[in-house]
Design a binder for this molecule. Structure first.
Ligand SMILES: [Cu+2]
Length: 467
């Protein structure tokens, strides 16, 4: 999977120029400029930018306040969307993460797995943080083949370009689904002088994100500690050399008293631990319930038929998927996807729709069970003398106009208004689903559709029907 991240940083012309200047300054014996830069290289980032920060020197001013890059976003290819994740990880898996050094040292790195729907929410990145470490950890040397990709701008005029890495365990509290892996770097030391005391500040907070999928692996646990582990071959086994010990201290670079490269540092650092772990403190554990939606609990909700006439609503008809790039998803996708007949509405660029939840529903439309995304759901026919159906609940920032259901990769139904039922419903009566195969695990997929949505996230659920 990680091999895919080859496609990563093919670009940037403008940031490169700044870096050539850095390299030249180092070779010439001058102190390197105050501006820093770093970005995630494995898994590949959702952006081409290598310096997502606020501020910087006049020639490289940035307005990238995180928690994910807001510029130079990848438009297509691996890592450009949740449907084409940069990597797929299993719960409990130990994975190698890498990021560029770019002639800098020191500070902390914070990792989080954030549900895609919350990727723009800085508080969510804080809430879902599961690991802190030293930014200067797992130092490795690039070769000619991977230099551009992994070491980006480090020691451009020298032979041994370096970069950093860490082995990180994917937390087992995280349910199957699509996430961004969140990278934050803070406390980078000024003038590339980690041995100096006190350590002086200048660098701001840096951010990066990568679309990753969590699928399978260890059994999901309810609670897991959040950890501070300095990383591999760090100078100290229990602390890091850093200018500050938290994000939001040096928001705008450079953090000097007069906001110039030559000014006095606003913060004096040294060897420390992240704020969350100060004086032996431990942050509260990460809970699987942190990942559940409040509305996810099964609700006994009677069926309400649509009150409006369906005629003015767009009537999507099955057609081959217009998507030009096949999804790498290992799960079957519906063979038919509704497409708009009237071309009246325009897509909203950041409009999206998704599937929040699945329920088993009886023939009166009562939700009797909420289905798990991470395990096979057993439906016992003895509980449903009149039969059962499956309901999908959608989410998004634009209205969902249709949901396509498929079973084991074959399209079975297109629903055009809520509630979204696998076998159809009308006037309070839910048609029972009859085409299941008993004692065999089936994959049901619901794919939402909206003319307004640029991104449409389908989801799968596994069902085993028994007597
Ligand atoms: Cu830099």
């Amino acid at each position: 999977m990680l091999r895919r991240s080859r496609l990563s940083r093919a670009m940037p012309a403008a940031p490169l120029m700044a870096v050539v200047a850095v390299a030249a300054a180092i070779v010439g014996g001058l102190p390197p400029p105050v501006a820093a830069h770093s970005s995630m290289t494995v898994p590949t980032s959702l952006s081409y930018t290598t310096d997502c920060r606020v501020g910087g020197p006049p020639h490289a001013l940035r307005n990238c306040p995180g928690p994910c890059p807001n510029v130079m976003l990848k438009a297509h290819g691996v890592g450009s969307s949740p449907q084409e994740p940069a990597a797929t990880y299993a719960r409990g898996e130990r994975v190698t993460l890498r990021w560029a050094r770019n002639n800098h040292e020191g500070g902390f790195v914070r990792w989080a797995l954030v549900p895609v729907a919350q990727m723009g929410d800085a508080a969510a990145h804080e809430r879902y943080a599961f690991k802190w470490g030293c930014w200067s950890s797992g130092r490795f040397v690039c070769n000619d083949r991977n230099r551009k990709e992994l070491c980006i701008d480090d020691r451009l005029n020298e032979r041994w370009a370096q970069a950093f890495s860490d082995r990180v365990e994917i937390p087992s509290v995280v349910p199957d689904g699509d996430y961004v892996l969140s990278f934050a770097w803070y406390g980078g030391v000024r003038d590339n002088a980690p041995w100096r005391r006190p350590v002086r500040s200048s660098f701001g907070d840096y951010y990066d994100c990568s679309y990753v999928r969590i699928s399978g692996g260890a059994e999901q646990v309810e609670s897991q500690p959040r950890v501070f582990l300095p990383g591999e071959s760090t100078r100290f086994s229990n602390r890091c050399v850093s200018a500050v010990n938290a994000l939001s201290k040096c928001v705008e670079e450079p953090c000097t008293d007069d906001r110039t490269d030559d000014g006095k540092s606003l913060f004096q650092g040294g060897e420390m631990v992240p704020e969350e772990f100060e004086d032996g403190a431990v942050p509260p554990p990460l809970l699987s319930s942190d990942y559940a939606d409040p509305d996810d609990v099964p609700v006994r909700m009677p069926q309400t038929p649509p009150s409006t006439s369906p005629s003015p609503s767009p009537s999507p008809s099955p057609s081959p998927s217009p998507s030009p790039s096949p999804s790498p998803s290992p799960s079957p996708s519906p063979s038919a996807e509704p497409s708009p007949t009237p071309k009246a509405e325009a897509t909203i660029p950041n409009g999206w729709v998704g599937i929040k939840r699945f329920f088993v529903v009886n023939t009166r439309g009562v939700r009797t069970d909420s289905l798990s995304f991470s395990s096979v759901n057993i439906v016992s026919l003895s509980h449903y003398p009149d039969g059962f159906s499956v309901e999908a609940v959608t989410r998004g920032n634009v209205p969902v106009q249709a949901v396509t259901f498929s079973v084991n990769g074959k399209g079975v139904r297109i629903e055009r208004w809520p509630r979204w039922s696998l076998a159809g419903d009308s006037k309070g009566y839910w048609a029972p689903w009859r085409k299941y195969i008993k004692d065999r695990t089936m994959t049901i997929r619901a794919q939402p559709w909206s003319a307004l949505a640029a991104r449409k996230y389908g989801r799968n659920v596994r069902l085993l029907v028994v007597d």
